[in-house]
Design a protein around this ligand. Structure first.
Ligand code: 4AD
Ligand code: MG
Length: 462
């Protein structure tokens, strides 16, 4: 008999037929004559109830059906006599694939703390919360590809190993095959990278954007979607050292087109979740964050506020608030400032534009005021910055002047600069951090709990 997934079984229950299900025991209860097993196979948050009579299977087998064990059950699907489920399986045959020792299995009882579950990240996908989060993370990844594919964007695979620092912030993990205890040195006593694997310094990418721009200036509209890495020592609930980023890049888009796309994109993803992830969302709304549904609908139903950084700073300055970090024109905004604008002042998502050039990356299009650039940050409730993007500087002279002012390695960016010499075009793009999106979509409060195996300072277990 072919195995049926529990999701499929519950979607249109073949009552009266024999079925085969396989999964992990969530709970068992009952007495010495009969046991009731809640079985979950990960296809859905919902369990199927299995009813097994001890006399039929023998006490030894029944004893080994404990929380966490893995079993296969064949039996007739029948309407349930009990409360809480419409159908159940009257077990005719049970095979135990894997026993699970009740003394040492760490997921015995409910209500473990998130911190504890992080220490058992190899097992936490078996909890309702993490399986819901991971199914939704999949759904969002799929919807992201669907959105761009339907719009005629091409998925461009930008490299993970690169010689450049796209954000110019120097927060890179180096990639080398040198024996670190014995690095070959040149005559000046510096590492002789000509002897290293790539023949030059290399690092893990912080962003696929620069290569994405090359794609946009040939294919028109592209997006990247892959892992990016930042060696920033930020121990916050919103930062990872390894995170997945979606970066669309579009020829012929100005900043307004870019903002329109970002707003439409994020609303599409929320609608997709509301339409396709109802079981998991309902669970998360009930168990993790009672305001989840409301916040998702609220974002879909409202237009994002759009205003300049300069105007936002005025609002923050006249708010009468005591800030942990100071506010003032030219200073970068911190999460507390961003969240004040979104959660208290406007009570809507906000897109801030035209930031001071000094606090933004070299590639952003310079405004005529000589002070600001065509940047945009999308700010969300509970998170702060969820998207960062800009119109790009397409003018060769302005770009190279900026690169020199900032002391960036012009030589390494020769290929990027050439696009501005050979048929340059106005273009724009942005980056959405998938895990920041997942915090918003699930109501989870820590970014470490919306990715299967988080990488953060001093932590690369699993
Ligand atoms: O604002 P960022 O640094 O912008 C870029 O990387 C641009 N190259 C994007 C572009 O224009 N193509 O990062 C973009 C987004 C942030 O808004 C945030 O959602 C996420 O990436 N992000 C992080 N997510 C988790 N952990 C971190 N350490 C993150 N840093 C950025
Ligand atoms: Mg940013």
């Amino acid at each position: 008999m072919k195995r049926i997934k529990i999701k499929e079984l519950l979607a249109s229950p073949p009552v009266g037929s024999d079925v085969l299900v396989k999964g992990w025991v969530r709970t068992r209860r009952g007495n010495k004559n009969i046991i009731f097993i809640a079985l979950n196979d990960g296809s859905t948050i919902r369990n199927i109830q299995i009813v097994a009579e001890t006399s039929r299977f023998g006490e030894d087998l029944i004893r080994d059906i404990t929380t966490g064990s893995c079993i296969a059950v064949t039996g007739r699907l029948v309407e349930s006599q009990g409360q809480g489920q419409d159908v159940e399986i009257a077990a005719a045959e049970i095979v135990i694939y894997g026993k699970c020792d009740p003394e040492t299995y760490p997921l015995q009882k409910k209500g473990h703390s998130m911190e504890f579950l992080r220490e058992i990240a190899h097992l936490r996908p078996r909890t309702n919360t993490f399986s819901a989060v991971l199914r939704m993370r999949h759904a969002m990844s799929f919807a992201i590809h669907k959105y761009f594919n339907d719009k005629g964007f091409y998925y461009l695979h930008t490299p993970i190993v690169t010689g450049s620092d796209a954000e110019g912030a120097g927060e890179m993990f180096h990639v080398t095959t040198f024996d670190l205890a014995n690095v070959p040195l040149d005559s000046n006593g510096n590492p002789d990278y000509s002897l290293d694997f790539f023949g030059k310094p290399a690092n893990l990418t912080v962003s696929g954007q620069l290569e994405g721009e090359l794609g946009a200036l040939a294919l028109g509209e592209i997006y990247t979607f892959g892992p990016t890495f930042r060696a920033e020592n930020s121990n916050t609930p919103r930062h990872l050292a390894e995170f997945w980023m979606i970066e669309p890049e579009m020829a012929f888009y100005d900043l307004n087109d870019n903002m329109d796309l970002a707003e439409d994109f994020i609303k599409y993803l929320i609608r997709y979740a509301l339409d396709n992830c109802s079981d998991d969302l309902e669970f998360l709304n009930n168990m993790i964050d009672k305001g989840l549904y409301e916040r998702l609908r609220f974002v879909v139903d409202n237009e994002f506020v759009r205003m300049t950084y300069t105007d936002a700073v005025r609002i923050l300055e006249s708010s009468g608030r005591k800030w942990e970090y100071p506010v003032g024109w030219g200073r970068d905004l911190q999460a507390e400032h961003e969240r004040f604008l979104v959660e208290e002042h406007f009570r809507k998502p906000v897109i801030l534009t035209d930031y001071p050039a000094e606090i933004k990356a070299f590639y952003m299009k310079q405004n005529d005021d000589g002070k600001t650039v065509r940047a945009m940050d999308v700010l969300f409730p509970g998170i702060g910055e969820i998207i960062g993007g800009s119109q790009r500087e397409e003018d060769y002279e302005k770009l190279i002047t900026r690169i020199r002012e900032m002391g960036l390695p012009e030589k390494d960016l020769w290929w990027y600069l050439e696009t501005r010499k050979f048929g340059t075009a106005p273009h724009s793009g942005f980056g959405l951090g998938l895990s920041r999106l997942m915090i918003f979509m699930t109501g989870m409060s820590n970014i470490r709990d919306v990715i299967p195996f988080p990488r953060t300072p001093k932590n690369a277990e699993f």
